[in-house]
Design a protein around this ligand. Structure first.
Ligand SMILES: O=C(O)c1ccccc1NCC(=O)[C@H](O)[C@H](O)COP(=O)(O)O
Length: 262
């Protein structure tokens, strides 16, 4: 089994247990469930948007702990204040040290929030809405095209947006009408290998009416400028900021330099 298989096997057990604990109907009663959804598509297309989707990430299977003591309120507030187009908050506990509570805290910010997790079941999408997420992620490497279609349409029925994440050409068939936003992950989730050119190699094959996001391994202004030249509107960045001694300051400096190049 590769790491992705391990994560998904664990996720199935986790979701089954949570379904026993909290019924769908209960999830729909939270205050966050009623909150208006903020659009990632709109945020990324706003003139002058940095396009940065800043990820709050304490640890990862590839790196172990990146920033064990990171404070979600402080860091997400700074990301929002200094110009992130959206936030990504990991809610997986076992492999990424995240939590649903982190997302609830980050929801104080006025920008769209991605629930970054391994979604395999409608229940997790209702959960995402119940904690205030605006966007969910569907990963082609662990879902069939029919599952992506079903889950993305279900998310849309709740008003949530979906990022469909691809890594390989064979996954292009997962794109469907409900997946308007397509991310290309430069990281192979089965081997952890990062190839920053992966997004560029696949860019041309993504239909022109989709909003393209480059994900993982981004640590330079030049990367973003090159992605933009190739039609990308969004840039998902986690580790680069989270591993710095002062993630808010690192983020502010990065955005200042980026804006100087615009
Ligand atoms: O980051 C990992 O090690 C990882 C391992 C297995 C599955 C998913 C994984 N990461 C999810 C992501 O794709 C990233 O968190 C996201 O794109 C940000 O990447 P980075 O800027 O390189 O932290």
């Amino acid at each position: 089994m590769n790491i992705l298989d391990t994560i998904i096997a664990h996720k199935r057990t986790e979701v089954a247990a949570r379904k026993q604990q909290t019924a769908y109907k209960m999830l729909e009663t939270t205050a966050a469930f009623q909150l208006p959804v903020r659009s990632l598509a709109a945020s990324l297309q706003q003139p002058g948007s940095t396009g940065i989707i800043a990820e709050f990430k304490r640890k990862s299977p590839s790196k172990g702990f990146i920033n064990k003591e990171a404070d979600v309120a402080t860091i997400t507030a700074a990301y929002s204040r200094f110009g992130a187009a959206a936030l990504s908050v990991l809610t997986d506990e076992n492999f990424f040290g995240g939590s649903q509570k982190d997302l609830v805290i980050a929801r104080e910010q006025a920008i769209p929030i991605l629930r970054k997790d391994f979604i395999i079941d409608e229940y997790q999408i209702v959960e995402a809405k119940s904690i205030g997420a605006d966007i969910i992620l569907l990963i082609a490497a662990c879902l069939s095209p029919a599952e992506v279609n079903r889950l993305a349409n279900f998310a849309a029925s709740l008003g949530l947006e979906t990022i469909l994440e691809l890594h390989a050409e064979e996954e292009l068939g997962h794109i469907c009408s409900a997946t308007r936003i397509v991310g290309i992950n430069n990281r192979d989730l089965k081997t952890f290998k990062v190839d920053i050119d992966r997004s560029l190699k696949m860019a041309e094959q993504i239909p022109g009416d989709r909003i393209k996001i480059a994900e993982s391994g981004i640590d330079k202004i030049e990367d973003i400028l090159l992605f933009r030249k190739n039609g990308f509107k969004g840039f998902l960045i986690g580790e680069y900021f989270m591993k710095q001694e002062n993630p808010p300051m690192a983020f502010e400096n990065f955005v200042t330099q980026l804006q100087a190049q615009q």
